[in-house]
Write a protein that binds this ligand. Structure first.
Ligand code: HEM
Length: 383
């Protein structure tokens, strides 16, 4: 019998879904125009989770294409690799600042709280021009927004975050500075009808969420992967110029419990969600209009066909065409930012803490369940 690469499963919300984990097929489907993030009747559509972020489809909108193009135009420059070079020295300073905090802490110290969480948070504050003093508030709102089990809490968190950013964008309308919030305010001023204040605030809330939640988990993963593979760590200590390829490998391996992962045994699987705009055929399987298709990015990144004869964690893997940031027109806008943070941090970390390691066996590290971005709840380390 001809085996198909499309399987019937349940989403994490328990709704019927299809899942694809084969690398080539996932990559192709990421550019399939008949698989979309919207649905004509979102309230009736199969869901991924209760979260307002990636939990279900967006309503169809006639301005969808124009809105997306505006978003990419607005953010393209500040989030591009050359645009970010400007803030590299500041990210280096922030990395050293958080590592000073680690050095001063008694051992074992919680790497997650002292390093992985604050570095992306401080960096995104810097880029957006969001006051550091309000950090506790938007940490709470971001965490609430990513709650996959309690829809009301998730909605409230995102609403609070959006309201807060609305206030800051309003301030920037009259007093612009050199930050992303000011650029967003200027874009609103240029097209007040098409790009309303609410839309601007929602966009920034999504970015602040992404800036807070995603990279944190990747930093924790990086620490665990590098320090639990001593030969690879020694390789990096001897040749720090391998850090960029090590970062790609960390990104490839991915984050446990993340929406982007795909569990292997449980019937309820995660994955990047898409909904069928029309009935279509995928690999010989008929996918009816409106059905949910989960793209298992992390599983695809582990496809033996992609890895060739180097199957394990390999800091020298080149090329490394992982799908962690997606592919095609929705390719992650924050990819260069995440890469910059990871590279700067691991350069400074390995120089200052060459013997750092998890203080408990890796399989006993607590996972964060029920959140969009997953990752670890804490990461005790010694050095
Ligand atoms: C390791 C960290 C990150 C990972 C793994 C990640 C992953 C992803 C993925 C898989 C997509 C594609 C979604 C889709 O096709 O539906 C995406 C899109 C996006 N990401 Fe990220 N992301 C990360 C960091 C960030 C950061 C730091 C930001 C911004 C501060 C960000 C902002 C965005 C935005 C705005 C999009 C939507 C792009 C579009 O629809 O055109 N991401 N991200």
């Amino acid at each position: 019998m001809n085996e198909t690469r499309v399987r019937r499963v349940l989403s994490q919300a328990g709704d019927p879904a299809w899942v694809v984990t084969d690398y080539e097929l996932v990559r192709t489907l990421l550019t399939e125009p008949r698989l979309v993030s919207t649905h004509p009747e979102p309230e009736r559509a199969p869901r991924v989770s209760e979260s307002v972020i990636l939990g279900g489809p967006l309503p169809e909108s006639p301005t969808e294409v124009a809105d997306h193009a505006r978003m990419r135009r607005l953010l393209g420059r500040p989030f591009s690799a050359p645009g970010l070079e400007r803030i590299r020295p500041r990210v280096q300073q922030l990395a050293n600042e958080v590592l000073d905090g680690l050095a001063a802490a008694p051992q074992p110290a919680n790497f997650h709280e002292l390093v992985s969480y604050p570095l992306p948070a401080l960096t995104i504050c810097e880029l957006f021009g969001v006051p550091r003093a309000d950090r506790d508030d938007f940490r709470r709102w971001s965490e609430e927004a990513g709650d996959m089990l309690d829809g009301a809490r998730s909605l409230r968190g995102l609403a609070d975050l959006t309201e807060y950013l609305r206030g800051l964008i309003t301030q920037r309308l009259d007093n612009p500075t050199d930050d992303v919030l000011s650029e967003t305010a200027a874009a609103h001023r240029a097209e007040p009808e098409a790009f309303t204040l609410d839309t601007a605030a929602e966009l920034c809330a999504g970015l602040l969420f992404a800036g807070h939640e995603t990279t944190v988990a990747a930093i924790d993963t990086g620490l665990v992967m590098i320090t639990s593979n001593p030969a690879q760590r020694d390789r990096l200590l001897r040749s720090p110029e391998l850090i960029p390829s090590a970062v790609e490998e960390i990104l490839r391996v991915g984050v446990p419990e993340s929406t982007l992962a795909t569990a292997s045994t449980d019937e309820r699987v995660p994955g990047l969600p898409r909904w069928a705009k029309v009935t279509l055929d995928i690999d010989g399987v008929t996918i009816p209009e409106g059905d949910l298709v989960l793209l298992g990015l992390q599983q695809a990144n582990k496809d033996p066909n992609l890895l060739g004869d180097r199957q394990g964690f390999d800091v020298e893997r080149r090329p490394n065409a992982h799908l962690t940031f997606g592919h095609g027109r929705h390719y992650c806008i924050g990819a260069s930012l995440a890469r910059l943070e990871l590279r700067v941090l691991f350069e400074a970390l390995l120089e200052r803490f060459p013997a750092i390691r998890a203080a408990v066996p890796v399989d006993q590290l607590p996972l964060r369940h029920g959140t969009v971005s997953g990752g670890l709840g804490s990461l005790p380390v010694r050095w």
